[in-house]
Ligand binder design. Sequence first.
Ligand code: S3P
Length: 428
Amino acid sequence: MDTRISTSRGLQGAVIVPGDKSISHRALMISALADGTSEIHGLLDAADPGSTLHCLRKLGVDVEKVDTALRVKGRGLHGLRAPMNVLDAGNSGTTIRLLTGILAGQPFPSTITGDESLRQRPMKRIIEPLSLMGARIEGTASQTAPLKVNGTFPLRAINHRMHISSAQVKSAILFAGLFADGTTRVSELVPTRDHTERMLGLTRVKSADSYAVEVIGGTGIQPQQFQVPGDISSAAFLIAAALLVPQSELRILNVGLNPTRTRILDFFRSVGGSVEIIRETTVAGEPIGDLLVKSSLLQGGIELQGKQVAELIDEIPVLAVTLALSGCSLTVHGASDLRNKESDRIRSLVLNLRKLGLDVEEYADGFAFQGKNTLLPAECDSFEDHRIAMAFGVAGLVLKGETVIKQSECVDISFPSFWHLLSSIERR
Ligand code: S3P
């Protein structure tokens, strides 16, 4: 499907963004392992959490919809059933990596795979630590999916220092740690999103040079009432749109404001963006709030190195488009892992920005440009990557003329209502 976007006259209203993708995956997995029935409210109803749900059902977990909530009958740490066939994680890196952590501690073998894009993404990062814990995981020759997981119980507890910044890897090890014979410790140099540790109630330890978290093997999980906040990574597209389009004033309600996710707000503000938090509370251990965003004159520039990249990993496409269109500069280094996302996001960004008429330098680990406010509409490829499609959809609201986003249905991965929502907030 192609989506055509025309220049906007202003965005207004109050919107709710879909549930947080990271928290949705974790709520499903934690509920599946709990000793009793959990309820999940506000679960993201999109393809990625759908993949997690599908895999959990194949592992014997009963899930039913009750009104707007999902009721998940947990099977306890030791109650998952051997799947009859291959588990399909679809397009979802979080599903395959976190679930492999759980499968590693099961007394049965299983195989997990995904779509063409997922089958190209690196899995060595989880194969290595989970193998140190005693699981035998076989991928392809290039250490990609399908992964044959020969689980072992109990696994060996490890003290693991992460050499890449990845919440998915950290979480895979923490989930595996539930099935280990002692205390597993994971430390990271830059604190990545900490939803797994919050939702499992794990102990965090800060040392001089790292952030660590520990999980004690065998600790049972109590069933919970999960309330999933709106996804700030999805909200980021609407924030960018309201900042860029003149005559805009948008309220975005119930957005998750976990400090490991909010760096994007600091960066928008650092170039003059008006983004205010107008009400903040804590729900189910996660800070949430309403945002008020007004069109702003953006100016200046941003330089990102590895540390900031890790704190902003999913927002770089939308930040890049925002800065490119408002004449700001951006230099990104230390971001080679962006090449391992749903698409090679460095390549996707560089190619699409060049199509709009921008000079962009591409590096192995990043890119750089000086933005211009004279860019022109073009036909942009989504590279079947939801965040690339939405980032250039935002660009289309500002460019003078009609912008086309190819294969725009890929927004279904995290934000199925995105195109509809954009047109519903258009000032009439
Ligand atoms: C996620 C972690 C990040 C992020 C992804 C979701 C998670 O991936 O890009 O969208 O839920 O843990 P990495 O761990 O590969 O950086």
